[in-house]
Design a protein around this ligand. Structure first.
Ligand SMILES: [Mn+2]
Length: 312
């Protein structure tokens, strides 16, 4: 019997630890059986075995976690994304790596924590759309909504979604050949897609996506203006709560990541490569000493804009 919801992550060596934290929070909070596929590239067998060992105790009856390697050849010929690893294209290759998928598919970025039961997504009415997603709040606050509308031809009503959490109607996704069309567009006119695959997805899913409640992809701006205890928290952008010195995130997340690292096989890890995780004791101490959530002034100045946007 197929589990009612298939979940997909895409990771490389740098993102392996945080991806496993996200998977763990996903499965312990779910009240339905899940099939979780972790597609990976550039990670050796021992590291995968370690990750499997970390996740095993959390896996309940009916749920399975499957690691599958994405062959490096699949990435050849693709333009190098400006600020993203090549592995981020992996979600556009899912139809090749997992040809037998069907039904509902939930794609999740590895820089998320799932403090929600995802069961409602297995039956959420997408109203004929191929994808369910949440609007990219940071882009709105930065006043770049119109820029995306112009550049991608979304029209004056067209919103730009964040692609860190995607609820996919797999048959529709295949019928519209979204993965294939995104990849060819990225190869033909890479400059048009500043945010890489996220921009390409916004173009190819234009008028083909349904808005999900912000709780399903809760972004740093949401955490600051409309704090919720339960959400899929998405630590998007270059500043991650597990990197010391990046104080944009509320201390509760910084401390939570520290705890997760400490009780994981990656506790001794110092550097996972460029842009990757490192945690030094003094950095963590400084964050604790700050004693309160450290908030970005820019976001506070944008509070009004945020409220206006959420009310429409
Ligand atoms: Mn992300």
């Amino acid at each position: 019997m197929t589990a009612p919801l298939t979940c997909i992550y895409v990771t490389d060596r740098t993102f392996l630890a945080c991806t496993c934290f996200s998977v763990r929070t996903l499965i312990v909070n779910a009240t339905i059986p899940l099939t979780v596929h972790i597609l990976h590239t550039g990670i050796d067998r021992e590291a995968i075995a370690e990750a499997e060992g970390y996740l095993r105790p959390a896996i309940g009856t009916g749920t399975e976690v499957v690691f599958t390697e994405m062959p490096p050849a699949e990435f050849s010929g693709l333009p190098k994304p400006q600020s993203l690893p090549s592995s981020s294209y992996g979600r556009l290759l899912v139809h090749k790596i997992l040809p037998d998928l069907e039904g509902r598919v939930l794609y999740l970025d590895g820089d998320t924590l799932v403090d929600l039961d995802v069961a409602p997504l297995a039956v959420f009415d997408l109203d004929g759309a191929a994808v369910g997603a949440v609007v990219d709040v940071g882009r709105i606050l930065a006043g770049r909504r119109e820029e995306a509308q112009r550049r991608l031809g979304l029209g004056s009503d067209g919103d730009y979604f964040n692609s860190g959490v995607l609820l996919i109607d797999w048959e529709k996704w295949r019928e519209l050949e979204i993965g294939e069309r995104c990849l060819s567009a990225l190869m033909e006119t890479p400059a048009r897609f500043i945010q890489g695959d996220q921009c390409a997805l916004n173009l190819m899913c234009h008028q083909q996506w349904a808005k999900l409640d912000p709780a399903w992809n809760y972004q740093p701006a949401d955490v600051l203006f409309d704090d919720r205890d339960r959400a899929i928290f998405h630590f998007l952008g270059g500043r991650k709560p597990w990197v010391p010195g990046h104080l944009r995130h509320p201390a509760r997340f910084v401390l939570r990541y520290r705890e997760m690292y400490q009780s994981s096989p990656w506790a001794d890890a110092y550097h996972f490569g460029p842009g990757g995780f490192y945690l030094c004791a003094s950095g963590a101490r400084d964050i604790v000493r700050a004693g309160k959530d450290v908030l970005s002034r820019r976001y506070w100045r944008n509070k009004k804009r945020y409220e206006l946007f959420r009310s429409r």
